[in-house]
Design a binder for this molecule. Structure first.
Ligand SMILES: [Zn+2]
Length: 207
């Protein structure tokens, strides 16, 4: 088997002819299929491509698919199936990691819907730049003074401001896939802004 991905999902298992309920594994005979190019993380987990998702369905589907493709299961299978199971497990783990976290999920969905990625648009709203610059100065001062109550207050402030951005991200991401171009841009900029607060939180947790 080579590494190029097939374009489409087979409808029936080539081994036992059972209908495939997952794009990557036959639940009847455990034959594995490489993840097709046309299937995204939502499709891999059998979920609709949307920001709002049913978290319990996500976890259930994850457990069910990961059990069926787990490398332990293919110990006595062909080398090809063993390799495929390792690769699919890694893809599945990456998929669930992204879909579980609202900010990562919104960014992933934005790019699926043709929106700008973090490399092509690094813009951060100017008010965020001003605010984070001020907060950073306060953090550095408090760290220099070893002022722990101040650092605690700052951590709370940064967390609250980040939460406001995450709310905004949810609001914009819910408009996908048919969001207006300016909403997609605004979503990209808000996602970029969250990084600034994440970096500050990292500093504050080190303190
Ligand atoms: Zn089968």
């Amino acid at each position: 088997m080579n590494d190029t991905k097939p374009d489409t999902v087979p409808e029936k298992c080539i081994n036992c002819s059972a209908e495939l309920t997952s794009p990557v594994v036959c639940s009847g005979c455990h034959t594995l299929y490489p993840l097709p190019q046309s299937v995204d993380y939502f499709g891999l987990l059998g979920l609709p491509r949307a920001y709002d998702l049913d978290e319990s369905a996500l976890e259930k589907r994850f457990l069910s698919v990961s059990r069926h493709i787990h490398p332990d299961y293919f110990g006595s299978a062909s080398g090809e199936m063993q390799q495929l199971s390792v690769r699919l497990s890694a893809e599945l783990n990456q998929a669930v990691k992204v879909l579980r976290q609202p900010v990562l999920r919104a960014g992933y969905l934005l790019e699926l819907c043709g929106g700008p990625g973090p490399a092509s648009d690094r813009t951060v709203p100017p008010e965020v730049l001003g605010e984070t610059m001020m907060l950073r100065e306060e953090i550095e001062e408090a760290q220099a003074d070893e002022d722990h109550p101040a650092l605690q207050r700052l951590r709370k402030t940064v967390e609250e401001k980040r939460a406001v951005l995450v709310e905004r991200i949810a609001e914009l991401a819910r408009r996908l896939p048919n969001a207006a171009a300016e909403d997609k841009t605004a979503l990209r900029h808000t996602l970029n802004a969250v990084k600034y607060y994440d970096n500050m939180l990292e500093l504050l947790w080190e303190a």
